[in-house]
Design a protein around this ligand. Structure first.
Ligand code: URA
Length: 191
């Protein structure tokens, strides 16, 4: 068993917060642990809970398209996980105590993978990784922040937000996402 399998097994047996009672599967990660990029989402939804994989519902399909725009594939170039590993009933926003209980697993994933780039996908991931930030994601998406183990972190819009804001017009969220992912690719190619 490698180190990530050991943490995954810990999550499978975890009862540290009440979410274990309602989960079908834990959702630990997907993708390549050797990748330079880690993406941290929010929490598993219904499809993720059923399949045990992150970002496999509508948001996930859009995320895949965004990644593919710059030639990233979820099997090769990225390691995807979430701030919490179990689905909150009715998809409630992860509670502080749920995030706190799950935090050690996320920290261990980051420590083992030591990604060069961490994409903070949506406000929940931003609040976990940049706790002192007071600005909304519309202000800080696309900007680089210093992350753990000398990584660079960038907040990006959550695809669920883009599904609610589908316009492709210049300066709208989808257009901004396109600029942000191109900047990620530029830095990825340099490191
Ligand atoms: N949204 C997330 O933030 N994570 C998932 O795994 C799926 C949807």
């Amino acid at each position: 068993m490698d180190k990530l399998d050991i943490i995954k097994a810990k999550c499978e047996n975890c009862t540290k917060c009440p979410l274990y009672k309602t989960r079908t599967n834990i959702v630990f990660s997907y993708g390549n642990p050797q990748s330079k990029i880690m993406l941290i989402g929010e929490a598993p939804g219904e499809q993720e809970d059923l399949q045990g994989k992150p970002f496999v519902g509508r948001s996930g399909q859009l995320l895949d398209k965004i990644l593919e725009c710059v030639g990233f594939s979820r099997n090769e170039n990225i390691y995807i996980c979430n701030t919490i590993k179990c689905r909150p009933p009715n998809n409630h926003n992860p509670l502080p105590e749920e995030k706190e209980a799950c935090r050690e697993y996320l920290d261990e994933q980051i420590e083992i993978i030591k990604p060069k780039i961490i994409l903070l996908c949506g406000a929940v991931a931003v609040s976990s990784m940049i706790p002192n930030n007071k600005l909304g994601i519309t202000k800080i998406h696309g900007k680089w922040f210093d992350g753990p183990y000398n990584s660079k972190m960038m907040p990006i819009y959550h695809p669920a937000y883009l599904l609610r804001n589908p316009s492709n017009e210049k300066d709208k969220p989808k257009w901004q996402m396109w600029q942000d992912i191109k900047e990620v690719k530029r830095v990825y190619d340099e490191i």
